[in-house]
Write a protein that binds this ligand. Structure first.
Ligand code: ANZ
Ligand code: ZN
Length: 781
């Protein structure tokens, strides 16, 4: 049994016809560097790749090209694969799959059926059918989840303004998991880490994670954790009734004595208008206008408060004061009750509104007892609200997994359906010549009569298939569980569902390192976490969270600093770069261009710097007197430092610092009198091979498979040097470092910061560093 296994995963791409993007290359090269590193450390590594190939973009592209997606998609991912191989990306190709492979989506459908059969704690189905006003893209002719509608109210895939349409939909009750999805962002994984892997049912993978040390929670970027929290948007407060029709949600019921106005959402007023209640022309006009703006733009975009007095009044149940009711778009229909009690003395937004419309601001003291008084009167109750809504799961498009349900009038359940039996999966998507969407809200599958008409799996009577398909998120909700068993499955082992695959999933899950774009901060990560939690409840999985460490890459912008886009014509094609500069130089450049998590503009000119460096490496080896029996002591010490520096850079995704180290090492080596031994050259090649595998192979006569053991490097001995450390020009301590380290600013600063006498003066960020090699460092804070 392998002692340590590392599962490194890059978010699998949607294989568009455009081919690989340089932004993909930045993510996937990082995955490859880490995979090579962990392999050389002697562990077992899984670093797989696959294709997220269902969904709207593929379907729209196929329609445009007058092709069928079944033929176009494999062509596209074949190209992606070729491009990745040209970049020496060492993925486990034997684990490759596409979400569109019937043997893959058979399991997607199987998981759907598990969710279908599951009920939440209150006995409600996790999947239900409901006629809802869904987000409807009039261009793509399909319904969308809230998460797919951007802040400006447009469809994230096509940019069209999204409308509403009333349609019966399949909906997933993700809100039943809202608290766990929120709380587990701070989950304590100790229970799983500490489990003895042999005696328990728990994943041995988690039990090995003791190397995470004190970090026993999710190791994710703070910003992404925050975005997940905000999307779930839990608010604890109270609901207070001001009149028969007007209730508010407040997190500050203790301020109720200071209410000087009520604001209701335009949607509520629209409801009153529809019911025939008389309102003024102004109110009508304002309401119509507000409803055209999307929720997000109302929340974020509009800085200036707008609103109209409805002329209605209500009585404050706390103090019997008469309160005017306004309609304003800062009250959101789907937050709380859609009504807000305006307390300008305590709330900034309310103050802005009151100031603008000359509404009084009443100075009050808070009353902690307000709720229990109001509760006794029967006009208030505790309430928790969430921003998260149930997940609309139906799509009225062709290119998705068919939803494996059958309508039978005789034996349908409360949703009117019978699930397709497991042994009939995959329910294959029929091949169609014409799969254009309809504008009636029906999926194109509704036209395929001999597919729709089927027999009921229970009674054998006539029945009809569901014609909606799944959203493309379905395939990416569980793909990280598929790689562990895909080799065995391909080899013919009977694995038709996740239960059959338990031992493989256990061996590798959860994912140790998950690398990808921050654009998935909400949707994909939330949906995947949701499915994992349901599968855990079903005892199919034995861990609560799919991704232990998440790292998000910075955007690669075009040379002009703008976002790369086909319409502007500023897209950089990695193939052109590889053809011109070679794959090693492209890899090096992508890892060196800037801190990995930061956005940065592409600079083709700078790739030649990498070409020159790699050339210099080869040239130096051929120079006379550069390779000796023994390394110069300075070079041996430098190598020792380099190994640690490269390693640190890889583990912290500071790949640019690793590469800077490699460059400095080569520069020192080129100085007069410096030589390194054959052995040390091979060690250097090992380090270089993470980033530039072809060059490394050409300069080394061994296969660098083992990470250099620094304890084996004979160095300078330990000549220690004392360095004075100042903070803001005042001497605060001294440190002892080796002769070599004393010339390395990074090492000196790091060591200095860790020294107690210095550390206590380090208030705030270091603004400036003055460094005199071998003598002094002054930290300006
Ligand atoms: C009175 C109050 C006084 C409020 C105060 C806050 C501070 P946060 O604060 O972000 O957690 N609210 C309630 N329903 C709303 C709706 N449909 N649209 C817009 N805003 C709404 O959010 C909770 C607060 O948001 C609630 O508490 C309410 O204003 C407002 F010093 O009530 B509060
Ligand atoms: Zn039946």
């Amino acid at each position: 049994m392998a002692e340590n296994k590392t599962y490194i995963l890059g978010m699998f791409p949607y294989p568009s016809g455009e081919g690989l993007h340089v932004g993909h290359v930045r993510i996937f090269t990082a995955c490859d560097v880490m995979a090579r590193y962990f392999r050389m450390k002697g562990g077992e590594v899984m670093s797989p790749m696959g294709w997220d190939a269902f969904g709207l973009p593929a379907e729209n592209a196929a329609i445009k090209a007058k092709k069928i997606p079944q033929e176009m998609v494999p062509h596209n991912y074949g190209n992606f694969k070729k491009q990745m191989q040209n970049l020496s990306l060492s993925f486990d190709w034997e684990r490759e799959f596409a979400t569109t492979d019937p043997e893959y989506y058979a399991i997607t459908q199987w998981i759907f059926l598990q969710l279908y059969g599951k009920k939440d704690e209150q006995g409600r189905r996790l999947v239900y059918r409901e006629k809802v006003a869904i987000n409807w893209c009039p261009k793509c002719l399909t319904g969308l989840a809230n998460e797919e509608v951007l802040g400006d109210g447009t469809h994230e895939r096509c940019g069209t303004v999204v409308g509403k349409k009333l349609l019966p939909q399949w909906v997933m009750r993700i809100t039943s998991y809202a608290d766990r999805l929120l709380n587990d962002l701070d989950i304590d994984l100790s229970e799983w880490f500490d489990k003895d892997d042999k005696s328990s049912d728990h994943s041995p993978k988690i039990a090995q994670r003791s190397e995470l040390g004190s970090k026993r929670t999710l190791d994710w970027p703070k910003g992404i954790l925050e975005m997940q929290r905000n999307w779930i948007g839990k608010k604890e407060g109270a609901r207070v009734r001001f009149s028969k029709d007007i209730e508010v949600f407040t997190t500050r019921v203790d301020t109720i004595n200071g209410v000087t106005f009520i604001v209701v959402a335009p949607e509520m007023v629209k409801g009153w208008i529809d019911l025939g209640l008389p309102v003024s022309e102004d109110v009508k006009k304002y309401t119509d206008l507000a409803l055209q703006k999307s929720e997000q733009s109302r929340l974020e975009g509009e800085k200036v408060k707008t609103g109209v007095d409805t002329g209605l009044t209500v009585i404050n149940p706390y103090n019997q004061e008469l309160i005017p009711v306004w309609v304003a778009d800062y009250a959101l229909a789907n937050v709380g009750t859609g009504g807000v009690m305006g307390v300008p003395y305590y709330d900034e937004r309310d103050k802005e509104f009151a100031t603008k419309f000359n509404i009084p601001i009443k100075e009050i003291e808070c009353d902690d007892e307000a709720l229990s008084k109001l509760e006794k009167m029967g006009v208030a109750s505790k309430e928790t609200t969430y921003h998260l809504r149930d997940w609309v799961f139906s799509r009225q498009r062709y290119w998705g997994e068919p939803i494996p349900l059958v309508y039978c009038s005789k034996c349908g359940d409360e949703n009117g359906v019978v699930p397709v039996p497991e042994d009939q999966l995959p329910l294959e998507l029929p091949k169609l010549d014409s799969y254009q969407p309809t504008d009636t809200g029906e999926s194109p599958l509704s036209r395929v009569k001999d597919w729709i008409n089927t027999t009921c799996p229970k009674c054998g009577g006539p029945a009809k298939r569901e014609t909606d398909t799944m959203p493309n998120w379905a395939g990416s909700c569980w793909y990280f569980l598929a790689y562990p068993f895909w080799v065995a499955k391909k080899a013919g082992e009977k694995i038709n569902n996740l239960n059959d695959a338990k031992k493989y999933i256990k061996e590798w899950s959860p994912v140790d390192w998950y690398l990808g774009g921050a654009e998935h901060a909400v949707l994909h990560l939330l949906y995947a976490r949701f499915w994992v939690k349901v599968l855990q409840d079903l005892k199919i999985l034995d861990f609560p969270e799919p991704f232990l460490r998440l790292r998000s890459v910075g955007l690669v912008l075009a040379e002009d600093g703008k976002k790369m886009s086909k319409s502007i014509g500023n897209v950089v094609n990695p193939d052109d770069m590889v053809a011109k500069y070679g794959s090693d130089a492209v890899r090096m450049y992508e890892m060196f261009m800037g801190p990995w998590e930061q956005s940065i503009a592409w600079d083709s000119g700078a790739i030649s710097g990498q070409v020159r460096f790699l050339g210099r490496v080869k040239e130096t080896i051929k120079m006379k007197g550069k390779i000796g029996e023994k390394s110069s002591p300075e070079m041996a010490t430098k190598l020792k430092i380099l190994v640690e520096r490269v390693e640190k850079g890889v583990l912290e995704q500071k790949f640019n610092t690793s590469i800077a180290g490699l460059m400095e090492f080569v520069n020192s080596w080129r100085e007069a009198g410096m030589l390194i031994s054959e052995d040390h050259l091979n060690m250097f090649a090992t380090l270089l091979s993470l980033f530039a595998p072809e060059t490394a192979e050409s300069i080394s006569n061994t296969r660098y498979l083992i990470w250099p053991d620094v304890s084996n490097i004979e160095g300078l001995g330990d000549v220690m040097v004392t360095i004075a450390v100042q903070v803001n020009g005042k001497l605060r301590g001294t440190i002892q470092v080796s002769m070599e380290e004393s010339k390395d600013q990074d090492v000196v600063v790091e060591t200095a910061k860790k020294t107690e006498s210095v550390n206590k003066w380090m208030i705030g960020e270091v603004k400036k560093i003055i460094f005199v090699p071998g003598k002094l460092v002054n930290l300006v804070v």
